[in-house]
Write a protein of this length. Structure first.
Length: 459
């Protein structure tokens, strides 16, 4: 697919909801409990009184960081029982390239979701060392940055606004969440996901709110103090919370990770010509060979690739050979990873196709069932064969990290299928030559997009 094509898609509303897949650790009851202490079952009346249960209160501590701001980023969050200080949940995730503020908000969102899964009716005290997030979520500061507003709205929808209170704390009091965030960033640097079992963050069982104001005190900011979308409500309502929330599932084990590499540049790439599986099958240009060498060096430095598979087309075979040679691996050819057959459009620019085949082009842009002129492949046909190859690779390489060298349309299709996004999303993604994208697939059938169009290795 020529890069220019993505700018000619008719605008349609997006659909689909975000799903958080950050690793999560749920801790068992206090391992050192005194034999004389009676266990408490939350949410049920005490037998001796028969009274209504008291509303449970959680403390959520969250932190995010970015090494470079923007740069490699991650977050950590911990949920404690407010009464005992016992740590109930930990979660952390590497975010790829992001700003510090985005990481802070993502940590807040993950912490609130973890607390919600424990008890959707609980009261929550959020403690963070980000003055910006605390003031914005308390409704005292406006949220003007476009990257912050959707995250703030999403965080504000997890619990009823009146159930959540925000408190700023010094960094020294947020060490647990900070440690988790750094563990996630360190894991991302190694090319792996943060694993709860490997965490060394302190599981402190002391009082969670020692020296801090209680929930709803004058020193804290309630989400009910004015959490609203600061923008014009009539034109930008922001995202709404999903009708059905996805629960934190059991540990699914090590995911199968596809590191998706678009081939290096060919002579047709800078000219933005349709170059599919029915055309001239061009080789890499000098620029493309340098790109392949650069990505090979980057992947060798990470040391996480365990197998290499590639489309049968020459540009992918040459790119894969450069990387596999650097890693000491062989290349397995997968026919289902080939680019779309663009029929009579092969070798033409978007403008030329629009001039020569306007009706066919319009149909192709408007329907996943339409094919390019003279027998090319529809997006539906490509999606079916890409999905078959995906399933075969998942079965063959279960639990491993695989480099998949392919083309624009197959890579975008794998991303689209992972997100459950509509076909028009293909026109709303940018994939540069020799860019990296990563998708993790879990045993329960869910997938997590970890990286998209990363070109840092080419700079």
């Amino acid at each position: 697919m020529p890069p220019g094509a993505e700018h000619h898609r008719a605008q349609r509303g997006a659909r689909g909801a975000r799903r958080h897949r950050g690793p999560l650790r749920e801790l068992p009851p206090h391992p050192g409990a005194d034999p004389g202490v009676r266990p408490v079952s939350w949410g049920h009346p005490r037998p001796e009184t028969g009274g209504a249960p008291a509303r449970r209160t959680f403390v959520v501590e969250a932190d995010g960081g970015s090494r470079g701001n923007p740069g490699p980023a991650g977050y950590g969050a911990v949920v404690r029982d407010a009464a005992s200080g016992q740590t109930l949940r930990e979660t952390a995730e590497f975010l790829g390239h992001a700003t510090n503020n985005v990481a802070e908000y993502r940590g807040l969102l993950a912490g609130l979701r973890a607390a919600h899964e424990l008890d959707a009716d609980a009261a929550v005290l959020v403690r963070m060392d980000s003055k910006l997030v605390v003031e914005q979520m308390s409704g005292r500061w406006k949220i003007k940055h476009p990257d912050m507003r959707p995250l703030a709205l999403e965080a504000g929808s997890v619990f009823p606004p009146e159930a959540v209170t925000y408190e700023w704390i010094p960094r020294a009091e947020n060490k647990h969440a900070d440690r988790l965030a750094n563990e996630a960033m360190d894991a991302g640097k190694r090319g792996v996901s943060w694993q709860p079992g490997a965490s060394t963050a302190e599981l402190d069982t002391a009082g969670a709110a020692t020296g801090s104001a209680g929930v709803g005190s004058a020193d804290t900011g309630s989400a009910d103090a004015g959490f609203t979308d600061p923008g014009p409500a009539s034109t930008d309502p922001g995202p709404t919370a999903p009708a059905v929330r996805v629960g934190w599932g059991p540990d699914m084990g090590t995911p199968t990770t596809f590191v998706l590499l678009r081939h290096g540049e060919t002579a047709l790439t800078p000219e933005k010509r349709f170059s599919g599986s029915g055309g001239s099958d061009p080789e890499l240009s000098a620029v493309g060979r340098r790109q392949a060498a650069a990505v090979a060096d980057a992947l060798a430095a990470r040391g996480t690739i365990e197998a290499v598979v590639a489309s049968p087309l020459r540009r992918c075979q040459e790119t894969a050979a450069a990387v596999a040679g650097r890693l000491g691996l062989s290349v397995r050819t997968e026919d289902g990873l080939r680019e779309t057959d663009f029929g009579a459009w092969e070798g033409l620019t978007f403008a030329q196709v629009r001039e020569r085949h306007p009706e066919d082009l319009q149909a192709w842009l408007g329907s996943a069932h339409a094919s390019p002129t003279s027998g090319g492949e529809s997006f539906d046909a490509v999606a079916r064969r890409v999905a078959r190859s995906r399933d075969q690779l998942l079965a063959r390489y279960a639990g491993r990290t695989v480099l998949v060298v392919s083309h624009v349309t197959p890579v975008k299709t794998l991303v689209r299928l992972a997100l459950g996004a509509p076909v028009e999303s293909l026109f709303r993604m940018e994939l540069a030559a020799a860019s990296l994208t990563a998708v993790a697939y879990y045993a329960d059938g869910n997938a997590s997009l970890r990286l998209l169009n990363d070109t840092a290795h080419l700079r």
